[in-house]
Design a protein around this ligand. Structure first.
Ligand SMILES: N[C@@H](CCC(=O)N[C@@H](CS)C(=O)NCC(=O)O)C(=O)O
Length: 214
């Protein structure tokens, strides 16, 4: 089976990168420079008309939406146990992934791209402040969930990789998210995993390649 992951550094495409690595899957990547608008190129729009990363191309067939991609990886590589076995824990993990996708992610976009939320001159700061306020409420909930726990479920799952991206991306904006001690400890545990170390090295390499490109 040939797997190709459309990937951009820092973006949420790092989640399937981590999970494919955890699963020991052979895959290659299609680097997409969002900063250069490559996601809106005719070639990429043929792969994903929604103009987003990630896309996982499975034997030529593109699968979009991070939640679906993660479930596909977990089902395709069951030995990696990327989702809980117990049926109730399984759906609670899907619930957490949906929260990352539709609850937390839009607040991160509100920080990164305030102009998409309000077109009035001078509104960016206010849009970002409201986004940050909501983000802090969401991180507070996650911080409580992680109290006294290593992972969101009783072992590492997709949810840990997805929340890692959410919190890491949140840490790139102001104000400082290090007040969320359990989330910070989770981030550090994630960054100690070989899969995340591989991802971070790959991310640095792609960033350097993007910087060199004309
Ligand atoms: N609903 C999509 C959203 C993916 C998404 O927004 N990806 C961002 C990167 S984190 C992106 O491609 N942004 C490009 C843009 O919005 O212009 C998913 O969950 O996969």
């Amino acid at each position: 089976m040939k797997l190709t992951l459309a990937y951009c550094p820092v973006a949420c495409s790092l989640v399937p990168y981590i999970l494919l690595t955890e699963a020991g899957a052979a895959f290659d990547t299609l680097p997409i420079n969002l900063g250069k608008n490559e996601h809106n190129s005719p070639e990429y729009l043929r792969i994903n008309p929604k103009a987003k990363v990630p896309t996982l191309i499975i034997d030529g067939d593109p699968l979009t939406e991070n939640v679906a991609i993660q479930i596909w990886i977990a089902r395709q590589f069951p030995q990696a146990q990327l989702l809980p076995q117990d049926p109730m824990a399984y759906v609670k993990a899907i619930s957490m992934m949906a929260w990352c996708s539709s609850g937390i992610h839009p607040k991160l976009t509100q920080q990164a791209r305030p102009e998409r939320y309000c077109a009035l001159d001078g509104s960016a700061e206010s849009v970002q402040a409201l986004g940050s306020h909501s983000l802090f409420e969401l991180f507070e909930i996650a911080d409580q969930m992680l109290a006294g726990r290593e992972w969101f479920f009783d072992h590492f799952t997709c949810v840990d990789a997805y929340f890692y991206w959410c919190f890491r991306r949140g840490s790139m904006f102001k104000p400082d998210v290090s007040v969320f001690k359990n989330c910070m400890a989770h981030l550090q545990r994630m960054q100690a995993r070989p899969s995340v170390q591989k991802l971070l090295a790959y991310e640095a390499q792609v960033q350097a390649d993007f910087a060199k490109a004309p």
